[in-house]
Design a protein around this ligand. Structure first.
Ligand SMILES: Nc1ncnc2c1ncn2[C@@H]1O[C@H](COP(=O)(O)OP(=O)(O)OP(=O)(O)O)[C@@H](O)[C@H]1O
Ligand SMILES: Nc1ccn([C@H]2C[C@H](O)[C@@H](COP(=O)(O)O)O2)c(=O)n1
Length: 233
């Protein structure tokens, strides 16, 4: 038996497979799952819905504490609400995707969301897989397992493009998708506060040539090894 519930941090750029991998690992190991990108999207959705200028950091900071964001951590049915409204669909629109990097760069937003993330992780009874951009570096620097997923932009764009074509008529083509994800990664890596970065003690896995199932199996092995290494109570 583990001394404490295992905490797993999975970071990386957009489209590297963080969500798909984290959900599957958490489901198979009976752990919780937290999509931190969904939280930043939720606060961005609230700003847009309330007429806040998302390109004005002071305006965003002034109201960052207002929305109540609640994340459900069942990996088989993750949920996200803002002030009681289910926003799982609306946070995936192009408008939110286009604004989320600006909103998530505001320090007051990061402080607020980081606090939520730490509380959720600390209260997860069976451990949790938390995925995002700064989990291993800033949110949970003491995580038991830290993984940083990468993949080349072509592979990531092809994955995203296929996904968008399946769900959105008139979705952008491969080149536009590639440009958009490179632009978002640059904004997320270039911000001053808690940028997208690999923690020094994270293990990097390039998923370009791997199937999703291969990535999931590799992560499960790493997590199980970490669980075995924990001191017995
Ligand atoms: N190794 C893989 N091989 C092929 N397709 C993959 C692989 N990993 C993930 N995918 C697919 O790529 C798409 C993007 O994956 P996912 O949403 O998990 O990435 P992400 O890193 O969480 O992205 P974001 O940060 O933008 O939310 C999904 O359609 C997923 O099924
Ligand atoms: N830990 C995190 C998670 C996400 N973000 C920001 C930056 C991303 O572009 C955006 C959306 O994330 P996605 O849904 O694509 O995973 O949220 C962040 O700053 N820190």
């Amino acid at each position: 038996m583990s001394a404490h519930p295992v905490i797993v941090a999975i970071d990386g750029p957009s489209g590297t497979g963080k969500s798909s991998t984290s959900k599957a690992v958490a489901a198979r190991l009976g752990m919780g799952y937290l999509d931190t990108g969904a939280q930043y999207r939720a606060i961005t959705w609230w700003m847009l819905s309330n007429g806040v200028d998302v390109n004005d950091p002071a305006a965003v900071a002034a109201v960052a504490g207002k929305p109540e964001i609640i994340s459900g951590t069942d990996p088989l049915a993750p949920t996200i609400t803002v002030d009681g409204t289910d926003v799982a669909g609306p946070i995936r629109t192009a408008e939110v995707t286009g604004a989320v990097s600006a909103v998530s760069a505001v320090p007051a937003v990061r402080t607020r969301i980081t606090e939520l993330q730490r509380t959720i992780a600390a209260e997860a009874p069976a451990g949790i897989v938390v995925e995002g951009r700064d989990i291993g570096t800033t949110v949970l620097p003491g995580a038991d397992v830290k993984i940083f997923l990468t993949a080349d932009p072509e592979a990531r764009a092809a994955r995203r493009s296929g996904e968008l074509r399946g769900t959105a008529p008139g979705a952008p083509d491969l080149a536009a998708t590639r440009e958009a994800l490179i632009k978002r990664d640059a904004a997320d890596s270039g911000r001053t506060t808690s940028p997208l970065a690999k923690a020094d003690d994270a293990t990097e896995l390039d998923t370009t040539e791997l199937t999703l199932e291969q990535v999931i199996s590799w992560v499960i092995t790493v997590v199980e090894d970490a669980g075995r290494k924990q001191p017995r109570p």
